[in-house]
Design a protein around this ligand. Structure first.
Ligand code: ARG
Length: 459
């Protein structure tokens, strides 16, 4: 079949060039958006009298038939037709004849590809937001079920202070909240119509861009045609959002790996979501969590890849920009699959709350509560910190826990200690006594759950 630009050429395109420059092997997934955009464009051309109403209707019907062929898998792709745009246009001309040749009036593949990519990203960003919502709900449900369960909270991966397991899980729900908000914000910039910018300079034909924007549900139209065909910020922004999102998933995955070790024994991963070893019969490995962690590397790579593609490009469109698709498509697939698999796995995770509770009280985890106990009795915090530190050192030398100390022994460090100090040594008391908003008390965690349920639209 002749190329649409064949008029100016005397030689046929080399086969090597065809296979080197093609994008149909990966941009075919844009078919639905390409057709949606073309239908809106054809409708506008007819309405403006640039083509006849009849031609416009014929084009729209033809595109509908092509959509059906994509739907039932009967569309015949042609590798010599480079990309999805040319494949669809050629199929249209073959179907309806000359009228099909009028579809590309006042349009270039440069604004067309940007349009398709924006329509695609708009749909996928919304899909990722709804997967995030679903995952947040799963986390909220698990947190609600374990609302009073204790665990050691960590800093530097050293046991620090007792916290609620629910509080720890909600930290992730907060991260995913920001991730969803970031994607919502990016959607505003994705949702601008580039079509009508044509190759780079606009057109002499009387098109109505606002009408096309309205048909396609865009919030506005791009204001500079050179910018519109050159801009991939929206895709880079989407990749940044996804890089941050998968960094959060990766941290959660890392905790699942860590917590399922014999050393921690905080959780039991469901058999259906773990794998065995080909040599060690006893092994049960957290491969799903490891792969989520590993896939973060791939998504970061895609962000850097597109930033690098764009960094040296002179205005306006350059063919380099075709390299935007693979990183974005793979990011969409990767992030969605990670969210889906973690959301399926998490409800099956068994929490060893007995062990978590037991370890929550070890390693002098309530020392800060003792220091604050002294503060309430008027001791300056720095002094209280020092007294408690010496008390801990005394326990370490005597191989005792804080709770093993006699009151007299404690009084030697400060006369302000009285019998009620012992209740403050219990991790459950430590939790109960937390007062600050956002802290690890049951009341505060309930507030967090309530707010998150509301902002995620769950209740
Ligand atoms: N396949 C191309 C891409 O993805 C479409 C735009 C081609 N434009 C051009 N002037 N060659 O970027």
């Amino acid at each position: 079949m002749k190329k649409p630009w064949a008029g100016r050429f005397q030689q046929k395109t080399s086969k090597v060039v065809e296979s080197f420059t093609e994008s149909i092997s990966f941009d075919s997934r844009l078919w639905k958006y390409d057709i949606e955009g073309s239908i809106a464009h054809a409708r506008m051309l007819g309405r403006q009298g640039i083509i006849t109403k009849k031609e416009s209707e014929k084009i729209i019907r033809g595109l509908g038939k092509i959509a059906d062929e994509f739907g039932d898998g009967s569309f015949v792709f042609r590798d010599d037709l480079e990309d999805i745009h040319m494949n669809i246009e050629a199929a249209l001309i073959q179907k309806i004849g000359d009228a099909g040749g009028k579809l590309h009036t006042a349009r270039s593949r440069n604004d067309q590809v940007s349009l398709d990519f924006r329509l695609y990203l708009r749909a996928e960003a919304k899909e990722i937001i709804s997967l995030l919502r679903k995952f947040q709900k799963t986390l909220l449900d698990i947190a609600s079920r374990h609302i009073t369960a204790l665990m050691p909270g960590y800093t530097h991966l050293q046991r620090a202070q007792p916290v609620l397991l629910s509080h720890h899980l909600l930290a992730y729900a907060e991260m995913f909240q920001r991730d969803a908000e970031r994607l919502c914000d990016t959607l505003k910039r994705i949702n601008q119509l580039p079509l009508g910018s044509c190759a780079l300079a606009g057109t002499t034909l009387p098109i109505d861009r606002a009408y096309v924007a309205k048909l396609l549900g865009f919030q506005g139209i791009s204001r500079n045609s050179i910018d519109a065909v050159s801009d991939r910020d929206f895709a880079i922004e989407f990749l940044s959002d996804c890089a941050i999102l998968i960094m959060h998933l990766s941290r959660l995955a890392e905790e699942l790996v860590l917590w399922s070790t014999e050393e921690f024994r905080f959780i039991e991963l469901p058999d259906a979501f773990t794998t065995g070893s080909s040599i060690m019969p006893q092994k049960k490995n957290p491969d799903v969590a490891e792969l989520v962690r590993g896939k973060a590397g791939r998504v970061y790579g895609h962000l850097v890849s597109l930033l690098t593609v764009m960094k040296g490009l002179p205005l306006s469109y350059n063919r380099d920009m075709q390299e935007d698709k693979v990183p974005v498509f793979d990011t969409v697939d990767t992030v969605k699959s990670c969210l889906i698999v973690l959301d399926e796995m998490l409800p099956g995770v068994g929490f060893n709350t007995e062990r978590m509770k037991a370890t929550a009280g070890e390693a002098f985890s309530t020392a800060t509560d003792i220091a604050e106990y002294l503060v309430r009795k008027g001791v300056p915090f720095r002094k209280a910190h020092e007294i408690t530190g010496r008390l801990v050192l005394h326990c370490i030398t005597e191989k005792k826990k804080l709770a093993d100390l006699a009151l007299e022994e404690m009084k030697a460090f400060s006369p302000l200690f009285t019998g009620n100090v012992f209740s403050f040594l219990q991790p459950a008391e430590s939790i109960k006594n937390k007062k600050s908003s956002g802290s690890t008390s049951v009341a505060e965690v309930r507030k967090q759950i309530k707010r998150l349920r509301k902002v995620t639209g769950d209740r």
